[in-house]
Write a protein that binds this ligand. Structure first.
Ligand SMILES: *[C@@H]1O[C@H](CO)[C@@H](O)[C@H](O)[C@H]1NC(C)=O
Ligand SMILES: *[C@@H]1O[C@H](CO)[C@@H](O)[C@H](O)[C@H]1NC(C)=O
Length: 217
């Protein structure tokens, strides 16, 4: 009895160790048919006879993205939606550009761990554990920092020149929930009385944040 219980525990532990990222592929390639109306976990494969190099290629990370927006940063994703060949392969990249003072605001990726490589500049980065411990560091050109799966994290360019990173993910589509916009710019809106209680502030403050974060018309 005791032995079978410990076997079960070991089996469950092994299973969770191999099942924490995207599922393993069951064929060489399954290039996403992004236009298919069939709904599956991921995307259905397009006809193998129609697969070519274009399905595995993207040049959108070559140049800096425009950072003249509210937060002074721009994420350019190279995920399965841009590179259909990534379907079922469990990896993707992004390029993030930061103006001086620019912030990639606190957010989580529900489906991936992230690791960033600094292309240029210097960033103050950090993540917060579920025990509310902030793990933070300043990183510069050529350096690497990792953000564990699902944890809230951010990057800020406190320098006087632009900064940029390449971010890698162990998911074809990591997903992003930006904490402030998730709570204050959802559609339909999260009720004010949820936010006033959660943040221990008044309705006026909540309405002010909501108006600032409202999607630009
Ligand atoms: C790949 O196939 C598409 C059409 O499916 C075509 O437009 C494109 O030119 C092809 N690219 C290469 C590199 O052969
Ligand atoms: C950002 O700059 C580009 C190019 O200079 C411009 O076309 C665009 O309208 C600007 N966007 C905003 C939000 O100011």
């Amino acid at each position: 009895m005791k032995r079978s219980l410990s076997l079960l525990v070991v089996t469950l532990a092994l299973f969770s160790a191999i099942a924490t990222a995207d599922p393993e592929p069951l064929q060489d390639v399954c290039v996403a048919d992004l236009t298919s109306v069939v709904k599956v976990n991921g995307f259905p494969c397009k006809d193998a006879a129609k697969v070519n190099a274009t399905d595995f290629f993207f040049d959108g990370l070559a140049k800096p993205g425009a950072t003249n927006n509210t937060f002074g940063s721009l994420v350019t994703a190279a995920n399965v939606q841009r590179i259909p060949g990534l379907n079922t392969l469990g990896v993707s990249l992004s390029r993030i550009d930061y103006a001086p003072g620019g912030l990639n605001p606190p957010h989580t990726h529900p489906r991936a761990t992230e690791i960033v490589f600094v292309l240029e500049g210097q960033l103050d980065v950090g993540f917060i554990t579920t025990a509310n411990v902030l793990i933070s560091k300043t990183i510069k050109t050529g350096e690497v920092f990792a953000f564990p799966k699902g944890l809230v994290h951010f990057q800020k360019n406190n320098g006087k020149v632009p900064a940029a990173v390449i971010a890698a993910f162990n998911s074809q589509l990591p997903g992003t929930q930006s904490i402030a916009t998730t709570l204050f710019a959802a559609t339909p809106p999260v009720p004010d009385n949820v936010l006033t209680k959660a943040f221990q502030v008044g309705t006026k403050e909540v309405e002010k944040i909501k108006s600032r974060l409202a999607p630009k018309k």
